[in-house]
Write a protein that binds this ligand. Sequence first.
Ligand code: HEM
Length: 457
Amino acid sequence: MFSNTFRSIQKRLLNTKRPPGPSQLELLQESSRSSFLEFLSLGSSNLMRKYGDIIRLPNNQYLICSPEVFKYVLKTNVNNFSKVNMTYNRLKLIFGDGLITNEGPVWEQHRAILHPVFDRLKLEQYAPLMVKTTTEWMARWDQYLPSYIDISKEMGELTLRIAFRAFSNYEPSAHDLKTVTVLFKRGNPHISYAPLLKPWFPTPNNLLFFRSLRQLNKLLEKIIAQRRHSGNHFNDVIDILLNGKQTNNAPLSEFEILNEYKTLLITGYETTGCGLAWAYYLLATHPEYQIKMQEELVTVLKGRPPTIHDCTQLPITKAIFLETLRLYPSIWCLPRTVLQADTISGYPISAKSTLILNIYALHRNPLYWESPNVFYPPRFLNDAETKRHLFSYLPFSIGAHSCIGSIFGVMEGILLLATIGQKFSFEIVKKNKKYAAEPYVSLRLPASLKMRLVPLT
Ligand code: HEM
């Protein structure tokens, strides 16, 4: 009787209490001690140990690194958490109302229209195209021997070429590749540090960003118009969008086609490109896994190019890519706006609050991962995943807005590692230098990281 009353008072108190969080001074101390990313990972872990699953920050913001809260926000009560916030508003500058930025009935219709882009039959067609494009790409690398390559640029341009070919049967020039990659490079700080950089302010970065955006829109409009007038059909993204019908049977508008094509092209290359660049960084700093992967490739492939069927036959290669996405998730943070007052982890959260779903910290949460900062691919071998919390590993998010291209992305990661790994290994030029990730919308390797290609004999 007494304990029941005590519990109900405790529950009522919890329901009226705001989640705990660090003082301004403590925040300042944490953030001044390390880089922003270290603050969000190590700092988050420290704060989590001290304050629990949901950490109150200034300005009605809450930092989240707990699997249960990820599940609640992205799945259980997903309709109460919106993408309408500063980050997605800035992303709209690039994508307009594409899948990544949109919500509601229009998003639902477009997602259904684009679903066939990733069906089994199409994935079987993409696989040989990925391997062929990579083989052609590697032929250029002889010119870099014995000097070095910028691994982020190489992986970004390679995955972009694959996306252009797969989604629009288009052969991009070097200038086309540069237009897109410069756009995202310039757009990254533009989006990530939105409060500091007003889009209209004519900084050199902003001017370059808008110039690249105009050039890209022009290029994509030209590709779409050529297809429309050519009468050719490839059953690719462009055809699917040109033939797409909404529930009222109306075709998609010019704008909608452009935005969805641009969305798949950019999300499709930047994420996998970043993941692969990080994979090579990790392999170069952990040569024992580079050797293990090469041994697997020799045993399974015996010198032939990999196929889609090999994706299940190369567990070490796959584990290396998945572990890379754990340590360096390409999209590392998902901001969500609370629509109606809610209760999260027992605490009341008011409407209009911002939840910062920190995937980077979730993947390094010491409550769910042993030695969380260590690169250890065997975590993804022999069904180890089945023993973990279902929501402790979310590189592709979960729920209705989870990644539409996740199978494409993982397949591309494995096939590129397997194709390149039969010809080259990688070394870091400046081994003793510390390289910190650049936490923009995507998690980038610093451009200063140069790698040496070592041809396998
Ligand atoms: C390693 C590769 C990839 C990673 C780590 C990744 C990660 C993610 C994440 C975390 C989200 C949720 C974003 C949010 O809620 O705002 C997302 C959504 C999305 N991704 Fe990916 N992605 C990858 C590959 C791809 C590829 C290859 C494509 C397309 C070809 C793609 C297209 C999209 C799209 C269109 C969405 C928005 C989905 C929606 O809201 O309906 N992604 N991705």
